[in-house]
Design a protein around this ligand. Structure first.
Ligand code: ATP
Ligand code: MG
Length: 274
């Protein structure tokens, strides 16, 4: 039996028995993100506001995050606790790689990359001393801003088309130590722009200027465009999102093969029905 098949069998077995779902090889990461909607009532929200001198602040409506499955801001929530475990495992894996940047990837559309990226970014911002920068690099279908309820039109695509500078595009959504770079207008030729020196320079700058900064990139699906492969050149680690009972083995295998020697630090098994 192949390593991947064994891992999927193991995950299936584990899913039957408990909430912990071990996935794939290398540094396995466990994140059984079950359907979130039923367990987000009656939670407490952090509403502490930091002072941002250079970054625009746009306070989001915390109550409406829940309907978009953004729950890592909550306390006393089972799924939020699972995301915190994921956060710790990611921090450990990236520390081993001496890295601070992560690409959230998945084989197909709709498997939960954006929800995972946002939940993880919020959870990281609650733990680390530095800041977390969440970059919407899914330039074909930017959605970080809409899931967070941010009222913005411009973003990374405007910077890549040389229509704006990065500092004017960054937004603090009212969550301490979290900064968001929205995607901006969707771009059909995003692979070329993401692979351009302008992007390379930006990522280098983001990674090096602030050593205490952690960067998370949302991206488009691996099997539908070259964008995530282009982005994978710039990051220290890749987190694969696999949708329970939906992502098929062949697609996952093809996606992993496409990434080849890129550092997949683990896999999130998303939307597990418990
Ligand atoms: N753990 C979860 N539990 C329940 N629903 C979820 C979970 N994660 C994501 N979803 C839902 O699945 C849908 C797709 O999620 P999301 O937008 O994060 O996926 P995506 O992979 O980024 O999709 P796209 O390819 O469109 O960018 C959304 O309706 C979202 O609310
Ligand atoms: Mg998305």
């Amino acid at each position: 039996m192949s390593k991947l098949k064994k891992a999927l069998e193991k995950a299936k077995e584990a899913r039957k028995n408990s909430m912990e779902v071990p996935i794939i090889d290398r540094e396995p990461i466990f994140s059984p993100l079950k359907k979130l909607s039923t367990i987000t009532q009656g939670m407490r929200f952090d509403k502490v506001n930091p002072t941002y001198h250079h970054t625009k602040v746009q306070n989001i409506d915390f109550e409406s995050l829940e309907k978009n499955k953004i729950i890592s801001i909550c306390h006393g929530n089972e799924v939020a606790d699972r995301i915190k475990i994921l956060r710790t495992q990611i921090l450990q894996s990236l520390k081993k790689l001496h890295g601070n940047s992560l690409l959230i990837a998945s084989a197909n559309p709709g498997e939960g990359r954006t929800v995972t990226a946002i939940n993880l970014a919020i959870a990281l911002s609650q733990q680390i001393d530095g800041t977390v920068l969440l970059v919407d690099a899914d330039l074909r279908k930017p959605s970080v801003h809409s899931l967070l309820g941010l009222d913005v039109e411009r973003g990374l695509s405007d910077y890549l088309r040389r229509k704006a500078e990065i500092p004017e595009l960054m937004i603090n959504p009212g969550i301490p130590r979290l900064v968001v770079l929205p995607g901006g207008k969707p771009l059909p030729n995003s692979s070329e722009l993401l692979g351009a020196p302008q992007m390379q320079y930006l990522v280098q700058e983001m990674k090096e200027r602030y050593s205490d900064r952690f960067i998370i990139f949302d991206s488009s699906p691996i099997l539908t465009s070259a964008d995530p492969l282009v982005l994978s050149r710039f990051v220290d680690g890749i987190l694969m999102v696999v949708e329970a009972e939906k992502t098929n083995k062949e697609d996952l295998q093809r996606a992993i093969e496409l990434l080849r020697d890129k550092p997949i630090i683990g896999t999130v098994f998303n939307k597990v029905k418990l």
